[in-house]
Design a protein around this ligand. Structure first.
Ligand code: ADP
Length: 374
C-alpha cells in the first residue's frame, strides 16, 4: 500500500522538477539527493489534512535570510500571502524560486521565521507539502506515462488510495478540460496539454494553497484565458490561496488581488493592485475625440490642473480631482470646456497607473539602491 510503486516506474526526481529537490544540510548547495515519495507524502498524513488551523495565515515570512555561499538570495524577506490570488513578480535572479523552496521547507535558512498555515516547513515538511500544490515551470514529461496516469500517480503520492486516486484524476482532468488526450503518453503532449496535466496533478489532493510558476508560458490566448479562469474559480468559489510567480504583468493585472515585487532578494513593493496602481494624487482620465491638447490647455486656464497623457488606448487628458471633493463639478467643467473646444468626451474615469510602470519604477529604485557585489 505505499504510494509510488506500480505506477509506471516513475522516480521521484522525474516527477518533481529538479528545482524542488531538497537541499543538503551544511553546504548551502543542491545535494542532488531526491526525497522518496514515501518521505514526501506519507499516506498516514492524509489524516492531518484537516489538522492545521484553517484560520492561520496561508504563508507568513518574517526576516527570512537565505544565502548560497556568499550570495544572498533572500535578504530579510517579510511578507504574508492571504487567501485570494497574489502575484509574485521580479526579474531573473530576484529570489522567486528560492522563496517557493522556502515555503516548501526545502532550503536551510540563515535567519528568519516561516509559517505555512501556522506550521514550520522545516519542522513539519510533510504536513506542509500536503497543504500545497506546486505547478513547476518546466514539468518534465515522463516517457510512457499517460496524462491520467500522471495525475493518478500524483494523487497516490498524497496517500490517496488507488481507486479513489483514479476517480479523482479523471474528475480533475475533466475540470481542466483535458479530453481524450489524457490517454496519450505525456511526451506527445502540446505545451498547453502538458500545463493542464501538471496543474491537475498539483491540485488533485485539493490543497488549500496552490503555487504556480509561469502557468501561462507557451499557452495560446484561449488556453491562457481558460487557465486564468480556473485560478479565479479556485480562489473565489473554493477559498484557495493562490501564489502566482510570473513575468506576465497582464496576467497579474487580470486576476491578482495583490502583488509582491521581489528584486535582489528583497521585497520592493507589496499591496493590493488597487493601492499599487493608484496615482499619488487623485486624478480622472478623460478620453475622447478631437483636440485633446486644446482641452487640456482650456481646463488649465480655467483653474483645473490638466495635462495631456499617452495611454495604451491613445491620447487622454488627466485632470486633478479633489480626494473627497466635488468630482461632479470637475466633470461638469470638463464637459463644458470640451463643448467649447470641440472635443467629444467618450469617458471620464479614475486614472490608474499601468502596473508595468509601477513595477518598472520600483525595480529601477531597487537597482539604484543595490550595493555592488564583491
Ligand atoms: P529567481 O527564481 O527569481 O530567478 P532564484 O531564487 O533562482 O531567483 O535565485 C536567487 C539568487 O540565488 C540568484 O542570484 C541565484 O544565482 C542564486 N541561487 C539560486 N539557487 C542557487 C544554488 N543552488 N546555489 C547557488 N546560488 C543559487
Amino acid at each position: 500500500g505505499q504510494g509510488g510503486r506500480g505506477d509506471g516506474g516513475l522516480t521521484h526526481k522525474q516527477y518533481h522538477a529538479a528545482r524542488f529537490i531538497e537541499e543538503d544540510s551544511g553546504h548551502g548547495r543542491h545535494s542532488g539527493i531526491t526525497i522518496s515519495p514515501q518521505q514526501f507524502f506519507a499516506p498516514e498524513i492524509q489524516a492531518m489534512h484537516n489538522a492545521t488551523s484553517s484560520d492561520a495565515c496561508p504563508v507568513e515570512l518574517d526576516g527570512v535570510v537565505k544565502r548560497y555561499g556568499n550570495r544572498t538570495a533572500l535578504d530579510g524577506v517579510s511578507l504574508r500571502v492571504e487567501p485570494g490570488i497574489t502575484g509574485l513578480v521580479g526579474p531573473n535572479g530576484a529570489g522567486k524560486s528560492t522563496l517557493v523552496r522556502t515555503v516548501l521547507g526545502l532550503v536551510k535558512l540563515a535567519a528568519g521565521r516561516v509559517r505555512v498555515f501556522g506550521l514550520d516547513p522545516q519542522k513539519a515538511p510533510r504536513q506542509v507539502r500536503q497543504q500545497v500544490g506546486v505547478v513547476p515551470e518546466d514539468e518534465s514529461a515522463v516517457p510512457g506515462l499517460t496524462g491520467v496516469g500522471m495525475v493518478r500517480y500524483a494523487a497516490r503520492l498524497c496517500g490517496i488510495p488507488a481507486g479513489e486516486a483514479l476517480r479523482r484524476a479523471h474528475e480533475v482532468l475533466d475540470w481542466c478540460d483535458a479530453g481524450q488526450e489524457r490517454y496519450r503518453p505525456l511526451e506527445t503532449f502540446s505545451v498547453g496539454t502538458r500545463q493542464k496535466v501538471a496543474f491537475a496533478a498539483a491540485i488533485v489532493h485539493d490543497p488549500p494553497l496552490i503555487i504556480l510558476d509561469e502557468p501561462t508560458n507557451g499557452l495560446d490566448p484561449i488556453e491562457r484565458k481558460a487557465m486564468l479562469g480556473r485560478l479565479v474559480t479556485l480562489a473565489r468559489d473554493h477559498g484557495k490561496t493562490i501564489f502566482l510567480c510570473t513575468h506576465v504583468l497582464p496576467d497579474v493585472q487580470a486576476i491578482c488581488e495583490r502583488a509582491i515585487v521581489l528584486a535582489a532578494g528583497r521585497v520592493r513593493l507589496s499591496g493590493s493592485i488597487d493601492e499599487l496602481t493608484r496615482p499619488a494624487l487623485p486624478m480622472h482620465r478623460v478620453e475622447g475625440t478631437g483636440p485633446l491638447d486644446t482641452l487640456a490647455a482650456a481646463l488649465s486656464s480655467a483653474g483645473i490642473a490638466a495635462s495631456l497623457v499617452r495611454t495604451s488606448r491613445g491620447p487622454a487628458v488627466e485632470v486633478a480631482t479633489p480626494a473627497h471633493g466635488d468630482t461632479p463639478a470637475v466633470l461638469r467643467a470638463v464637459c463644458q470646456q470640451a463643448r467649447e473646444v470641440g472635443v467629444g468626451v467618450r469617458s471620464f474615469e479614475p486614472a490608474q497607473r499601468p502596473l508595468e510602470e509601477v513595477f518598472i519604477s520600483s525595480l529601477r529604485e531597487a537597482e539604484a539602491a543595490q550595493t555592488p557585489e564583491v
